[in-house]
Design a protein around this ligand. Structure first.
Ligand code: HEC
Ligand code: HEC
Length: 299
């Protein structure tokens, strides 16, 4: 076969592959495509919960964050745990709670840990609206397949073990201008302009973002906001290590003994919970106040 013909066929072959819906995730639909009627109302209610969590679901939000602070652009951004990439992968087994998790159960967990709040009831209006929105965003995705863009892009291992002094320097140079010199974020009256990274109004010790590897991957891909990918992997690991060594609300699964809670729920190198930082145990109840989850909740 003539060489040009091989190239031509190869070219057509890869173009066809790129357009194959089995290979390329469908783009989530634009907001203008939300249907009129009660189903559209539920979808819009879901968007409102994701983007204005504490005013749209005040009984369940427990800090100054909103879902869209981490699930950027209301859960649309690839590489920032987009909701369209998640929805078709539930129910799924999670080692975190050693059970099969429905999509609603997974959302409950982000309310409990990331939002340091209370779990909205399964089958209730709040979780139904979030599911309606996520399911609508996910139309055209394949069920049971993780499309490219799910979660956070993998980050390479840190060349040097992450370190607080270097992390603090990265924070001061590239993050403090927005997140505040003490990581508490920036407010205009009651409106949160930039979210807090630690302290009593941020995510708690049980959150995914409190694990250094997850935070490093999120930060490397998405921060500084508008300039993701600009930090070196080492800088992302260092600043994530530093942030996830600061004080924050208690892990709701804490049952009175720090070492036991670490052994049961944080037994991995990328959680600093229960380890000594500057002579003090991270997550010590003296610095990590009680959580909001009502007794009787099955984690
Ligand atoms: C230009 C301002 C800006 C800079 C600089 C910036 N951020 Fe952010 N960051 C934001 C905003 C705003 C959000 C919330 C995004 C949204 O709601 O769309 C955010 C969200 C976050 C979150 C998730 C939400 C939370 O509060 O935990 C983390 C973690 C984070 N930033 C870390 C960093 C780190 C680390 C740096 C420095 C490397 C950094 N940011 C630099 C503005 C900034
Ligand atoms: C502080 C950051 C943060 C906030 C705020 C937050 N989440 Fe998450 N969320 C995460 C992280 C980290 C993960 C795990 C991502 C991974 O493992 O790849 C996650 C995972 C998820 C998943 C599963 C994603 C998947 O692909 O399996 C869903 C669904 C979800 N969150 C919904 C929500 C909702 C709804 C809210 C608001 C009520 C919320 N999250 C608030 C950080 C956050």
């Amino acid at each position: 076969m003539a060489r040009w013909l091989v190239l031509l066929l190869f070219g057509i072959g890869s173009a066809a592959l790129a357009a194959d819906p089995a290979q390329t995730p469908a783009a989530p639909p634009p907001e203008s495509a939300i249907p009129a009627g009660p189903d559209g109302d539920a979808i819009r209610r879901g968007i409102n919960i994701i983007t204005n969590t504490s005013s749209a679901a005040p009984e369940f939000a427990g800090n100054d964050l909103r879902c869209a602070n981490c699930h950027l652009d209301a859960g649309r951004t690839a590489g920032a745990a987009p909701l369209w990439a998640a929805f078709g992968n539930f129910p799924v087994w999670r080692d975190k709670n050693k059970r099969m998790n429905s999509f609603e159960k997974r959302v409950q967990d982000c309310f409990i840990y990331s939002m340091n709040g209370k779990p909205p009831p399964l089958g209730g209006e709040v979780l139904m609206a979030v599911s309606a929105y996520a399911g609508w965003l996910a139309q055209g995705q394949r069920i049971g397949v993780s499309p490219p863009g799910r979660g956070f892009p993998a980050i390479t291992a840190p060349p040097l073990p992450p370190n607080d002094a270097r992390g603090k320097a990265v924070f001061g140079e590239t993050c403090a201008s927005c997140h505040g010199p003490d990581g508490q974020g920036l407010k205009d009256g009651d409106t949160v302009v930039n979210p807090p990274l630690w302290g009593p109004r941020s995510y708690n010790w049980g959150a995914g973002m409190a694990q250094v590897d997850k935070a490093a991957a999120f930060i490397r891909a998405n921060m500084p906001l508008g300039n993701g990918g600009s930090l070196t992997p080492q800088q992302a690991w260092d600043v994530a290590w530093f942030i996830d060594g600061q004080t924050r609300p208690q892990d709701p699964r804490f049952a009175g003994n720090l070492a036991a809670t670490r052994a049961e729920h944080h037994n991995r190198p990328w959680s600093r919970y229960g380890t000594l930082i500057a002579g003090r145990a991270a997550g010590d109840p003296a610095t990590a106040p009680r959580h909001n989850v009502p007794p009787g909740h099955e984690f």
